[in-house]
Design a protein around this ligand. Structure first.
Ligand code: NAD
Length: 354
């Protein structure tokens, strides 16, 4: 069975990907993760006794460590999920985003290039470096604009989006300059189990259960495309297996939703699952001052991956959202564990001074 080095595998999407990969016996996994605030190794506890899963704590920007891991485990592919991923945090302190998303990806590419150059010709042809990126690199759409395509010009508006855009450019450059067999995926907003509760959906669920205000930026009409995380993981696997090297694939849920509608849907689900008499969770909705530079709308044209690789999203938004709420309800210990003092301080800093 092939071996894949997954970076950032203790975070939201990476952990869902690793669990799926091991359950489906896609490959052996080495997980390199720095264990930042956004990670939780508990999520991967079920893999503790799996002899084909290895965890290494470390930074993708540490070339010596990455080179050692590559020599030690001889992976057939690398999937780079590791990133600082939250737009609000990138506004408050962009440095970490520059360090991990740009410098870290560059160092990971360097270590990968040196490793790849030493492989046999056949191994070189089979090797893949898959970089997981975001639709936010394309900037903001007006209501009637066509959805982002792979050839849409990059126009990032937040420090997070700019740092991911830069990393995408380095990945592209390593293919064109050195021939490293790279692939890039640009995906819309993910939702599902294991997501750190700074992001809209888990933040809303956990705040509602605690009876806290549900903050909505601006008028709540900013539109995002939402994709269930397992659909994203399946798409990444398909691109890894069958994607054309050097190419980019957009991945999306064909599911545009205004933020306010998402929050109201969660409230409706909670009204049914955790009813409180004479109370609707939607009464907790609280409009707060908008995020600076807040992109109005994202939409993804994912016809390329459908046409070329036969992928399309499987999960319907209402059922995916219900599953997600149910997961947080049945994993309250997980939710309590990740909401540290630092997290509480960050919430205050981000929302209370608006
Ligand atoms: P996340 O914040 O939940 O997890 C990121 C993981 O990376 C964490 O486990 C963290 O410890 C690790 N990490 C951070 N810096 C590191 C470093 N220097 N070295 C090693 N590990 C490090 O993020 P996520 O939501 O799972 O996103 C994963 C990837 O997918 C990111 O690259 C993100 O840009 C991209 N993406 C996310 C979404 C989304 O909706 N969440 C959508 C599209 C693309």
């Amino acid at each position: 069975m092939p071996t894949v080095l997954v970076t950032g595998g203790a975070g939201f999407i990476g952990s869902n990907f690793i669990i799926l990969a091991r359950n489906k016996q896609w490959f052996n996994v080495v997980n390199l993760d720095k264990l930042t605030y956004a990670s939780n190794l508990e999520t991967l506890a079920e893999l503790q006794s799996d002899i084909n899963y290895h965890f290494v704590q470390g930074d993708i920007g540490n070339v010596e460590l990455v080179s050692y891991i590559l020599e030690q485990y001889q992976p057939d592919a690398i999937i780079n999920f590791a990133a600082e991923s939250h737009v609000d945090r990138s506004i408050l302190s962009p440095q970490d985003f520059i360090q991990t998303n740009i410098v870290g990806t560059f160092q990971l590419l360097e270590a990968s290039r040196f490793y790849w150059q030493k492989l046999s010709l056949q191994q070189q042809q089979q090797f893949r470096f898959l970089h997981v990126s975001t639709d936010e690199v394309y900037g903001s759409l007006n209501p009637k604009d066509p959805a982002f395509r792979e050839d849409t010009a990059y126009a990032p508006n937040s420090p997070y989006a700019a740092s991911k855009a830069a990393s995408d450019h380095f990945v592209r450059a390593y293919y064109h300059t050195y021939g490293l067999p790279t692939l890039t995926t640009n995906c819309s907003n993910n939702y599902g189990p294991h997501q750190f509760p700074e992001k809209l959906i888990p933040l809303t669920i956990l705040h509602a259960l605690d009876g806290k205000p549900l903050p909505i930026y601006g008028d709540g009409q900013n539109i995002r495309d939402w994709l269930y995380v397992i659909d994203h993981c399946e798409a990444i696997y398909l691109v890894l297996q069958q994607g054309k090297i050097g190419e980019t694939y957009n991945i999306g849920g064909l599911n545009e939703q205004a933020n306010l509608d998402v929050v109201e849907k969660i409230c409706t689900i909670l009204d049914k699952l955790v009813p409180i008499s004479d109370f609707s969770y939607s009464s907790l909705i609280s409009f707060v001052k908008d995020r600076p530079g807040h992109d109005r709308r994202y939409a993804i044209d994912c016809s390329k991956i459908r046409r070329h690789l036969g992928w399309q999203p499987q999960e319907n938004f209402d059922s995916g959202l219900l599953k997600t709420v149910q997961w947080y309800l049945s994993h309250s210990a997980w939710g309590n564990q990740v909401r540290s003092v630092n997290y509480q301080n960050w919430l205050k800093q981000n929302y209370e001074n608006r």
